[in-house]
Design a protein around this ligand. Structure first.
Ligand code: FAD
Ligand code: UDP
Length: 400
């Protein structure tokens, strides 16, 4: 596959049936699917110097494969998503496990049967577990905010413990707000698990890591005769939008446009900036084989960072005597500062602002916002892939 750096002076938008902005999951999935399904010639423009969006990984100076924009663990319940992505990679059978460091004791998260025994002791832990099973059933997921609403004193004891020791401080660090103040779907991503499965994504039928890493997966996905990729190109430099048309390089563009960046940026934030949280990632390579027992340890009652990831524990890479770890520090995103907008802050006010931006592109029938940024959603990789496949289906059927 050829990736060009920058846009050549000869770049002619009309030579392409579709222009894709962003080479992450949303953009790359659409590019590949529409090139194959409609025979479209596609130009992918990416403002970073690399493909793969936030899933980008690379081998660092110490020879260790690391995830530049935070730990990415593939998991999905969708057969279609899994089949599609599996065309571009084989998967390892890695099953992600997370431990919470709670006042110095490491307990599985999602909080489960094992965590209960560690937190409350064998006998009381078992009693409380039986109560949970009797109330909700075995192998069930219960969001913490739902558990907190139960009136039973035993269930309240569990809920209080989990709320105080797993969610409160971590959520304050991550969002600058308490779990009560944020959308319940956010903490609902990590429900209490009534069972013994100690994986982070219990019950997800497909999970693992791409055998040669995410960037290679993307190289394969974008490797198609009809796809040209240009990195180091900010679409805002060549796009102009008015109510009815998108112009590219000064001419009204008649092809399809898949846009995967933030919508507010396209309008110079003139209605106000969509709020995000960003992360500072602090990487460190240590002269030891292993730092921690699992891929990620969440610091739920101490420290300024939220979690530590040890990449070798996730990728299975063997590098004796060395290991790279990464700490994540979360804070408010400042537009225009060069920071990355990682997490949309889900609340009705922000959603309403997003909808106002969305209204502005509603008349542009060839302009399709898709992905975690462009849809302003807290999407995992599989959900973005799913959304991009659906959009691709629509584009293909319109041109059938
Ligand atoms: P992105 O990956 O952000 O891609 C959008 C691309 O568009 C970017 O590369 C950007 O540079 C480019 N772009 C934007 N504007 C322009 C422009 N004007 N011109 C040109 N290019 C532009 N998901 C999981 O499933 N499992 C995980 O374990 C997981 N862990 C995560 C950990 C962290 C810290 C974060 C932040 C996310 C995690 N995710 C995880 C979510 C995952 O990163 C996203 O679902 C996925 O990467 C979103 O893909 P996307 O294409 O929508 O967006
Ligand atoms: N969370 C928490 N403690 C944990 C794990 C998660 O409080 O040990 C909360 C926190 O608010 C976090 C949310 O649950 O932002 C979602 O967690 P997840 O691990 O899914 O976040 P991501 O991997 O997307 O950063």
């Amino acid at each position: 596959m050829q990736i060009s750096i920058g846009l050549p002076a000869t770049f002619n938008p009309d030579a392409y049936d579709m222009i894709v902005v962003g080479a992450g999951y949303a953009g790359s999935v659409c590019a590949r699917r529409v090139a194959e399904g409609a025979g479209f010639r596609v130009a992918v423009l990416e403002r970073r110097e690399h493909i793969a969006g936030n899933a980008y990984d690379y081998v660092n100076d110490e020879g260790i494969l690391v995830h530049k924009y935070g730990p990415h663990i593939y998991h999905t319940y969708s057969e279609r998503v899994h089949e599609f992505l599996s065309r571009f990679t084989k998967w390892t059978d890695y099953q992600h496990k997370v431990l919470a460091n709670i006042h110095g004791t490491l307990m599985p998260v999602p909080f489960n049967h094992t965590s209960l025994r560690l937190a409350f002791g064998e006998d009381r832990g078992e009693e409380l577990y039986r109560k949970l099973v009797d109330t909700f059933g075995e192998d069930k997921k219960v969001p913490i905010m739902e558990l907190r609403q139960k009136n039973d004193p035993d269930l309240q004891e569990v809920a209080d413990y989990v709320y105080e020791n797993v969610f409160l401080y971590y959520t304050m660090k991550q969002w600058g707000q308490t779990p009560d103040q944020i959308d319940p779907s956010v903490t609902g991503r990590v429900p209490v698990f009534i069972g013994d499965d100690d994986r982070y994504f219990p019950q997800a039928p497909y999970q693992g890591m791409p055998e040669d890493g995410y960037t290679v997966l993307f190289e394969h996905m974008l490797d198609h005769d009809l796809i040209d990729v240009f990195v180091g190109v900010d679409a805002r430099d060549i796009f102009t939008l008015d109510e009815n048309n998108v112009s590219v390089c000064g001419k009204v563009y008649g092809g399809e446009i898949v846009y995967t960046g933030p919508l507010d940026e396209l309008f110079n934030l003139d209605l106000g900036a969509l709020p995000y949280r960003t992360l500072d990632m602090q990487f460190e390579t240590l002269e030891q084989d292993q730092f921690q027992p699992v891929g990620t340890v969440n610091y739920t009652t101490s420290e300024d960072f939220t979690r530590i990831t040890e990449f070798k524990n996730m990728t299975g890479q063997v590098v004796p005597g060395k290991t790279t770890i990464m700490k994540e520090f979360s804070h408010a995103y400042e537009p225009g500062s060069g920071q990355t907008p990682y997490y949309a802050i889900i609340d009705p006010k922000n959603r309403a602002l997003y909808e106002r931006y969305l209204e502005r592109v509603q008349n542009l029938t060839n302009f399709h916002p898709v992905g975690r940024l462009a849809e302003y959603r807290y999407y995992d990789m599989d959900a973005v892939t799913d959304s991009a496949l659906e959009l691709s289906d629509e584009i293909i059927s319109c041109h059938a």
